[in-house]
Structures are given as structure tokens and as C-alpha cells.
Ligand binder design. Sequence first.
Ligand code: PRP
Ligand code: URA
Length: 207
Amino acid sequence: MACYVNNHPLVQDALSTLRRTTTTTEQFRKATKRISNLLIAETTRNIRTVPITVETSLGIADGFTIASNVVFVPILRAGLGMLDVALELIPTARVGYIGLERDEATATAATYYTKLPNDLASSQVFVLDPMLATSGSAVSAIDILRKVGATDCHLICIIAAKDGIKTFENCHPNVPVYTSAVDPTLNEQQYIVPGLGDFGDKLYGTS
Ligand code: PRP
Ligand code: URA
């Protein structure tokens, strides 16, 4: 499996805004959109296209259009912060939802909602979840997608923990991970350190 870290300065600038404790909810939402746009654009670099010709006002231009059956799957709730941008980039994409929540005490993820499009076997599936800590949520999400036939899966996150990546890699060696940072550790509550805290709480102003 591959883990790709996007070191683009614009990505890293948005990441610092997300991490900073003084960032307001409004600034956090804007930075989430900014970083998601850049990460998703890079992650989808190899999606399938078909050649087309386009009539311009002065002639015929060769071009491409997106051919693949793209599906975005945000993990509720924090992954929703990445969805609007994903659909702006690929408006023809379909969307599946997987609701997972970590138990505060055990950090184990439990599924509370699943709604997925048909034909995942022939789709390129991009899972959106900003935080990969223990990787329990990401592993469960891919397990669910595999069970309904998805084979071409990708995981896009904003911060991943080093050990979480290792665990994910062991469980799903064929699913590449795209991220903007690999952080060194988890604390006792299985939060990423230095990380940014609870992404969902920061995005929605809860605590
Ligand atoms: C967060 C985050 C990931 C998960 C990562 O979700 O959005 O889904 O934790 O942790 P893991 O790698 O250890 O599973 P959370 O369960 O807090 O739910 P929320 O998005 O509803 O806030
Ligand atoms: N979920 C978060 O939102 N942040 C973490 O650091 C770990 C899990």
C-alpha cells in the first residue's frame, strides 16, 4: 500500500490554520474546504478519462472528460466537511454515507448508518475522513465497502497517525492513503498528537 503526503505549501498553510487553537469555527470551515480542494484534486489525478473533441468558436480542440464512475463516501460526521468541495470538483460523482462514531472510553468505532450507491464494483471510491487515529473507523468503512463489492478504494484524510497508518495498511494493503500530515503519536484517549483535537467538534462548534 502507499501513503502519499501532500507537501504543497497551500496544503500545509491550510493545515496550520486547522491545527491552531485560536482558529475560529468559521476559519476552521474555510480551511477545511481549502485543504480538501487541494487534496482531492491531487488524489483524483489518475481517475479514468475518455478523449473527446470540443468545438470552440475558432476550431476543434482535443480534450478529455471524466469517464469513471466516481463515488465519494464521507464518514459521518467530520467527513461531511470535505464533501461539498469534492462535488464541486466532480459534479457527476455519486455519494454514499457511512456513519461511524468512536466510543469515548474505548476508541472503538461503531456503525450507526450506511447508505451506499449501487454498482460499487465498477466504481472508483474515495472515502473522505479528515482524521485517521487508531484507524478503526477507516478500517470499518473499507470493510463495509468491500462487503458490497467495492474493489477500487482510496482514503483521503487530513491528518493520519503513524501507528494508525500501519494498522490500516495491515488490514487493507491495497487501499492507498492520501494525507497532508503523518503525526507521530496518539495520546491515552487515542487522539492524534500534535493533531488538532476533535475535528467534528471544531467543524460544527460542539464539544
Ligand atoms: C473521528 C474522525 C474519524 C475517527 C478517527 O470521528 O472523524 O472518523 O474519529 O479515529 P479512529 O481512527 O481512531 O477511528 P468521531 O468518531 O469522533 O465522530 P464524529 O466525526 O461524528 O465527530
Ligand atoms: N478523531 C478526531 O477528531 N481527532 C483525533 O485526534 C482522533 C480522532
